[in-house]
Design a protein around this ligand. Structure first.
Ligand SMILES: [Zn+2]
Length: 84
């Protein structure tokens, strides 16, 4: 009797494992404008994949000294470092 119950549980677990939902990647690369303190998500405006290429290929240092123009105040500044 106990064995049957255990088998039932294993069957249930197997059925749960068969359901394979997709994993969604969400990411942002946030930097604060040093002039107006606006929070800028560089990932959102990454049309030429400059930031995603550097981040997902583990070349974070490639983004150091990358020029950013603040969309809020127009201030131009450089990325000092990328940290997790
Ligand atoms: Zn700004």
């Amino acid at each position: 009797m106990e064995r049957q119950d255990k088998g039932g549980i294993v069957e249930k677990q197997k059925r749960l494992i068969d359901v394979k939902p997709s994993a969604d990647l969400r990411w942002s690369l946030d930097i604060e404008c040093p002039k107006c303190n606006a929070e800028i998500d560089l990932a959102a405006g990454d049309d030429d994949n400059t930031y995603s290429n550097a981040i997902f290929n583990n070349k974070w240092d490639d983004l150091v000294d990358e020029e950013i123009t603040c969309p809020e105040c127009g201030h131009i500044f450089l990325i000092g470092s990328v940290e997790y």
